[in-house]
Design a protein around this ligand. Structure first.
Ligand SMILES: NC(=O)c1ccc[n+]([C@@H]2O[C@H](COP(=O)([O-])OP(=O)(O)OC[C@H]3O[C@@H](n4cnc5c(N)ncnc54)[C@H](O)[C@@H]3O)[C@@H](O)[C@H]2O)c1
Length: 449
């Protein structure tokens, strides 16, 4: 990377990255086996099941484009809280002058709360956003199968469960699809549309079009753990955590990432989101995970110490009351150093360059794997996913575009070095090796069929 400056992108480079992003956003709508003229299913009314964080935001996204929504919850408390949050969000927009009061009333008028599943019966599209629990989601889809009108699209907002397993409990898997919104759903521009093995082309085309109408970029993904976005994100966070075990401190990793262009470093993000997000799932997975590779559980140890992040005043950093500024905390730094020693790791200083390579190249390698497996149709879909949903710095144009600019031969050389040094997680993706052998770039790939 020494002859490639990751930190400074000149005006012309920024303009090229912006053009690339625009092209990616436009191309994401093209699906090779679904012709542009595919007849869409009319979406006149939508039901959203689960009035939590996601359900409320999804309902707003729909009401914002004039579509009536029934927002359903199992508990009256959940429903009240959900509707209350929607009201508050609109009221904030009015206060900030982004929306006038009449428009707020009109949009609120389009969202009807309900506690009865039967009220989803006349919806053309149902979006399920209940807790991330397979049995619960399957139960909802069984009910929907029995009561939804024929031809209704049945979508799940799951962040990672297998959409085919959900579809399998219905008699209409062709109508079942993933609609992965990002939080807050009424703000975030990304919608991952997840195609099941049997999802009908017109259901996909309809959801992709609805995403566009809601002002979002809809990106098509196939079923895979974490789809496109979270699949890469796992590699990003894993390496950030290994870096901390290997010798960097959280503020050093975050400083390199913000210097690269992220608004926040990953440890500040963890503290903001709450270090306990995913704690239970992870704990459950620990017993059965493969033992031939390195894992990182520092974040769970922090939770066990009560260091949940901003909400508990301490996490990877410490926080003054009423102030969200992350401050270095000698206590957690001491703990990290002790943990490295406990694991038998000899800590060593990490350069900014090494930090970035490890955080970014794992994503590129996984991106290549997704392309090879056809999970993502084209490199640009991965780039636009990262630019719109994961705060990837706009000036770098997305991870795959960045890798092309650095030079895939250089990226691969580093991945091979990291593989030799760290093993399993860095095994080079065959597609990356092939592209380098052929002297080609991601940008020259044709979309997967
Ligand atoms: N929060 C995020 O950042 C995020 C992002 C993307 C996707 N998701 C996914 O979205 C889904 C919802 O997540 P969330 O954060 O909004 O959850 P949440 O806990 O905020 O809300 C879930 C809601 O579902 C309701 N509910 C539970 N069982 C129900 C039932 N049988 N019928 C009707 N309503 C029921 C609950 O009362 C609650 O109001 C999950 O699958 C999650 O993985 C979440």
């Amino acid at each position: 990377m020494s002859d490639f400056d990751l930190f400074n992108v000149d005006e012309a480079g920024r303009a090229r990255a912006a053009t690339h992003a625009q092209r990616c956003a436009a191309e994401a709508a093209n699906i090779p086996d679904i012709p542009a003229g595919t007849l869409l299913r009319p979406i006149r009314k939508v039901a959203v099941i689960g009035a939590g964080t996601m359900g409320g935001g999804i309902a707003m996204s729909l009401a914002n484009i004039g579509i009536p929504v029934t927002l359903l919850d199992a508990s009256s408390q959940g429903l009240e809280r959900g509707i209350g949050r929607v009201r508050d969000n609109y009221a904030t927009s009015v206060k900030r002058g982004k929306l006038d009061a009449a428009a707020m009333d009109q949009r609120l008028g389009l969202i009807a709360g309900s506690l009865r599943m039967e009220d989803a019966a006349d919806a053309d599209l149902v979006i399920e956003a209940v807790f991330e629990d397979m049995a619960l989601k399957q139960d909802i889809f069984r009910q929907l199968d029995a009561l939804a009108r024929p031809g209704a699209i049945l979508a799940t907002n799951t962040s990672g469960l297998d959409v085919d397993e959900i579809a399998a409990v219905t008699t209409r898997p062709q109508d079942v699809v993933g609609a992965h919104f990002f939080s807050p759903a009424h703000v975030m521009k990304l919608l991952e549309v997840v195609r099941g093995a049997r999802t009908a082309p017109d259901a996909i085309a309809t959801l992709m079009d609805l995403g566009r109408r809601m002002g979002k970029v809809a990106v098509l993904a196939r079923i895979y753990p974490g789809f496109i976005g979270n699949a890469l994100f796992r590699h990003y966070t894993r390496e950030a955590h290994f870096l901390v075990e290997d010798g960097a401190l959280p503020h050093e990793v975050d400083a390199a990432l913000t210097k690269f262009g992220y608004a926040m470093g990953i440890f500040a993000v963890h503290d903001m989101a709450g270090n306990d997000v995913g704690y239970q799932t992870r704990k459950a997975q620990m017993a059965t995970r493969p033992t031939d590779r390195r894992w990182n559980d520092l974040i769970m140890r922090l939770c066990d110490l009560g260091r949940l992040g901003q909400k508990s005043g301490k996490g990877w950093y410490r926080y003054e009351p009423g102030d969200r500024t992350p401050r270095r905390d000698p206590e957690v730094e001491r703990f990290i150093v002790e943990e490295s020693a406990r694991m038998g790791i000899v800590r060593r200083p990490m350069s900014e360059e090494e930090i970035l390579k490890r955080c970014l190249y794992g994503m590129v390698n996984e991106g290549a794997r997704l392309l090879e497996k056809g999970i993502a149709l084209r490199p640009g879909d991965i780039d636009i996913t990262y630019l719109t949903g994961y705060g990837f710095p706009a000036r770098h144009g997305g991870p795959m575009y960045l890798a092309d600019r650095i030079g895939l031969d250089k990226v691969l050389a580093d991945i091979r070095r990291l593989h030799a040094e760290h093993g399993h997680w860095w095994e080079p993706a065959p597609l990356l090796e092939r592209l380098v052998a052929e002297g080609r770039s991601f940008g020259e790939l044709q979309p997967a069929g």
